[in-house]
Design a protein around this ligand. Structure first.
Ligand code: FE
Length: 341
């Protein structure tokens, strides 16, 4: 215990982007390394500590946590790694820092689509990759699918961030899974031909670009729309744009996850399991999804009012494992078609 405390304090000294590592005075604790921002996770951790007495120490960084845990090796104090996007969770699996989480509670609460087949991670929230269209310049039913983004009638009218961003890699991986390499390549080439400008910026920048008339159609994650509508400075731009859930007539909208993995050398494994199970329960699921305008993974949990206002939608049933399996092919494809050039 003493050596763990020393390690935790050592982290404080060298931490980059460290949010809070509390003194390890409680007998029961769990250490969470998080790629998610502290404000998104603290409220649930507070409730967990209230219910269980288990203290949650968090270390936040926007990047580098997988490498850090690998480097810390057997002495790593990390019990859990919280991430966004299947790609970043897969990085943890590929770095061999995760161990299986076996739990009947998790199996019951989280649909198989959003859990790893080898139990090396579970999804905690989902987010839809949607199409944003100009209210003024695009008719409500003018575009209904990812495939439609390739229609030549949209030439010079589409905005998107870098093809190599993890969110786009996952979407393109899903296109490969559904259509095969050749068709996915033809599609991506045609989407590139329709771009209004070189891929750039973040998802919110694409919504801004539609509101400013730089383009008429954009791709982005669903929660960014909620964040903008919730921000008085950005709401006017978001209100010029509608959210379209693609592929409602067929396979459904592509969804990604934020998730968690149990670390191989977790010093507080039992407490870590309790925390993950807690995060999958109704109360935490609602809170977690609500704070960032995401969707709970657990079926039947109420969505936030804003998210409800966008309507229900059918999501693509493709497993996140299948998306992960096609990520390398997607990266090659993005490179081959010179999507970012
Ligand atoms: Fe994001």
């Amino acid at each position: 215990m003493i050596s763990l405390r020393k390690t935790v304090y050592g982290l404080v000294a060298i931490a980059i982007g460290l949010s809070a590592v509390q003194a390890a005075s409680a007998a029961e604790e769990v250490n969470v390394y998080s790629l998610r921002q502290p404000f998104l996770i603290k409220p649930m951790f507070k409730r967990f500590t209230e219910e269980t007495g288990i203290r949650v120490n968090t270390l936040y960084s926007q990047s580098g946590l997988v490498e850090r845990i690998k480097h810390e090796g057997r002495n790593s104090p990390a019990d859990l790694l919280l991430t966004v996007d299947i790609g970043r969770i897969q990085d943890a699996v590929d770095a061999d820092i995760a161990q299986p989480i076996q739990s009947n509670i998790l199996d019951a609460n989280i649909p198989a689509q959003f859990r790893d087949e080898s139990h090396l991670w579970v999804g905690l929230t989902t987010r839809a990759r949607v199409i944003y269209t100009s209210l003024d310049r695009v008719a409500a039913d003018a575009i209904g699918s990812y495939e439609d983004l390739a229609d030549p009638k949209w030439k010079g009218r589409v905005c998107v961030r870098s093809g190599m961003h993890v969110y786009n890699i996952a979407l393109i991986a899903s296109m490969i899974a559904h259509h095969g390499q050749e068709d996915a390549k033809a599609w991506l080439t045609a989407v590139k031909d329709n771009l209004a400008r070189k891929p750039q910026g973040a998802d919110t920048d694409q919504i801004e670009a539609v509101s400013q008339g730089v383009c008429d159609i954009a791709l982005g994650n669903s929660y960014y729309y909620g964040k903008m509508l919730d921000d008085p400075n950005k709401a006017p731009a978001a209100k010029k744009v509608r959210i379209v859930f693609p592929n409602q007539a067929d396979r459904g909208t592509h969804v990604n996850i934020s998730g968690v993995a149990l670390m191989k050398n977790a010093p507080n494994k039992d407490n870590a399991l309790k925390l993950v199970e807690f995060l999958s329960n109704d109360e935490a699921q609602h809170m977690y999804a609500d704070i960032n305008f995401e969707y709970p993974v657990k079926p039947g949990v109420a969505w936030s009012e804003m998210v409800q206002s966008w309507g229900t939608f059918r999501h693509d049933a493709l497993s996140l494992n299948a998306i992960a399996a096609n990520r390398s092919a997607a990266i090659r494809l993005i490179d081959e078609v010179g999507f970012n050039e």
